[in-house]
Design a protein around this ligand. Structure first.
Ligand SMILES: Cc1cc2nc3c(=O)[nH]c(=O)nc-3n(C[C@H](O)[C@H](O)[C@H](O)COP(=O)(O)OP(=O)(O)OC[C@H]3O[C@@H](n4cnc5c(N)ncnc54)[C@H](O)[C@@H]3O)c2cc1C
Length: 502
């Protein structure tokens, strides 16, 4: 973290020190405006005093490139950074993770079909300028506040509880700000979900699930464990029958049928998967595909339960009809919504609490602020519907916005407050390319129609699985990870999944 050491050096220098104009990091005047900023990473709340505040990247000078600050390193932020012309702009990315997660393949890492590294793409490989250009940076930090009027964001470093340095606050001035902060799992306020369930959004979530699963498998083999306890430990419950919940259940059942039966023969008869859904599973697919998925999942041993979870305890969940379901592993996958931080930002909101944007993905009422991906939605005044929280939406918004900013950057309007007279061109238009989901046993659903009633390809079975794999391996960002994914698939096919608990 060379930049952090540099930042710390600068703050410790005497105030008489006058940094060179070309220094990207300059000491800023006292932050009266910091009352806009928050002291915690969840919501933007006011704070008053912090020893480290007062350092950061100051506004760009006319002899410097305009600076685009990107908040978040997910599908939207990374695709945007990839497309941005670094001859025109400097890029500063602020995110608590230094990689992008290839989410469609994340479920496969939970059971060892793929290795974690295969689905994580370092940002420096997506946009090399971020580690090479003198004015471009990646900061491993959370954004904790946005002052759109002063063109500044405030950030706090991530320490992962490693006490090498106290959490550090700094500010970054921007010419253009791209908010791509994603979403967070919806828990609908159900008690105990946050405390006891595992989510599946980040690589560390997948690692936690894999460790829990393997721990439970090994614990259930220990002498003295009652049959009832074995059954509980080895009961994997997935709540939410959308594509993520179904894909995860399919992966789990494959793991059980192929690997557990072979390597955990003592306990193989106790392990079960239950998928709980309040309505229909895979509701975005049509009836025929849904029926196929239901049949295949049931054949693979996944128990489908229609029910609403009312309460989650440490070892059991309680459904609204009073049924108690003991579990050893609980994975929560019931959709996503805006994070408390997004909700607390003083920016216009779209229906559902996302950041409201116009047709060009600009946040109206403030200058030079854009929002893309899961955290944004069209304002009601645009007459457009909020787009689904999908990688294909986020990715295309990132690509579109990079093109728009490149275009206006070429006219010299890349600097703060300089785009008033600039023509933005065609608005963003989303065309749905279709949906895919794996269901285990080398089967998948592929629906390439724009909607359930439209014309086009809608298939289920092994050929769909082949399409699914081909489509995703070509979408993996780098050749390195494409190679990893391919090798992992072949290794799993030939030798089975890796069951070491690391
Ligand atoms: C398991 C799984 C499978 C999926 N499969 C598919 C699929 O097959 N097809 C499909 O189209 N979609 C799929 N999705 C949905 C897709 O992943 C999301 O729609 C997509 O990730 C949204 O991109 P995003 O950039 O908006 O948000 P994200 O990718 O979630 O990125 C948000 C970024 O913001 C960062 N961040 C959060 N808070 C802060 C903060 N305060 N300061 C700075 N940075 C912050 C995060 O660390 C992250 O880097 C899947 C999702 C999951 C979880």
């Amino acid at each position: 973290m060379a930049w952090l050491r540099y930042l710390s050096k600068l703050t410790n220098k005497k105030t008489s020190h006058r940094p060179k104009i070309t220094d990207p990091f300059l000491l800023l005047p006292p932050f009266n405006f910091l009352s806009h900023f928050s002291s915690n990473t969840n919501v933007a709340k006011p704070f008053t005093n912090h020893t480290n505040s007062g350092s950061g990247l100051e506004p760009t000078k006319p002899n410097e490139k305009p600076r685009v600050v990107v908040l978040g390193s997910g599908w939207a932020g990374c695709r945007f950074m990839k497309g941005l012309d670094t001859n025109i702009y400097d890029i500063v990315c602020v995110s608590p993770r230094n990689h992008m997660v290839f989410t469609p393949l994340l479920a496969s890492t939970c059971v060892g079909t793929l290795e974690f590294r295969s689905v994580a793409e370092p940002i420096g490989r997506i946009q090399p300028a971020i580690s090479r250009e003198p004015g471009s940076y990646f900061f491993l930090a959370n954004c904790i506040g946005i002052d759109a009027h002063k063109h500044m964001v405030q950030c706090e470093t991530i320490t992962d509880e490693v006490q090498t340095i106290d959490p550090w606050r700094f500010t970054v001035s921007y010419d253009k700000l791209v908010i791509a902060l994603g979403s967070q799992p919806s828990t609908f306020g159900i008690q105990g979900v946050k405390e006891h369930a595992s989510f599946l959004r980040e690589v560390h979530h997948a690692q936690e699930i894999r460790r829990k699963l393997l721990l439970n498998l090994m614990l259930s083999d220990v002498p003295g464990i009652s049959v009832e306890e074995k059954k509980r430990l080895l009961h994997c419950v997935v709540v939410g029958g959308g594509p993520t919940g179904v894909e995860f259940s399919g992966e789990l059942s494959d793991f059980i049928m192929k690997d557990v039966r072979l390597r955990y023969t003592h306990v193989k008869d106790y392990i079960r998967v239950t998928l709980i859904e309040a309505n229909e599973i895979l509701s975005s697919f049509d009836d025929r595909l849904r029926r196929y998925a239901t049949k295949q999942l049931t054949k693979s041993g996944v128990r489908l339960v229609r029910g609403i979870v009312k309460d989650v305890k440490a070892q059991k969940i309680i459904l609204d009809d009073g049924t108690e379901v003991p579990y050893g592993l609980l994975v929560w996958s019931t959709g996503v919504g805006p994070s408390p931080f997004i909700q607390s930002l003083d920016l216009p909101k779209a229906p559902g609490g996302r950041i409201g944007v116009d047709e060009w993905l600009r946040v109206p009422s403030v200058q030079d602020v854009f929002s893309i991906g899961d955290c944004s939605g069209f304002l009601e005044s645009t007459g457009r519907q909020t787009l689904p929280a999908l990688a294909q939406v986020a990715e295309r918004q990132g690509k579109y916005l990079a093109q728009v900013l490149n275009k206006i950057g070429k006219t010299g309007a890349g600097y703060a407050n300089s785009e008033k007279e600039v023509e933005f061109g065609e608005p963003f238009v989303y065309k749905h390319l279709g949906s895919m989901a794996t269901i285990g046993r080398y089967k998948a659903l592929v629906d390439l129609r724009q909607n359930k009633e439209g014309k086009g390809l809608a298939l289920a079975g092994f050929f769909s699985f082949f399409i699914w794999r081909s489509a995703y391996i070509t979408r993996v960002v780098s050749w390195r990870n494409r190679f990893y994914v391919f090798i992992n698939w072949v290794t799993t096919l030939v030798f089975g999944r890796d069951i070491s608990r690391l």
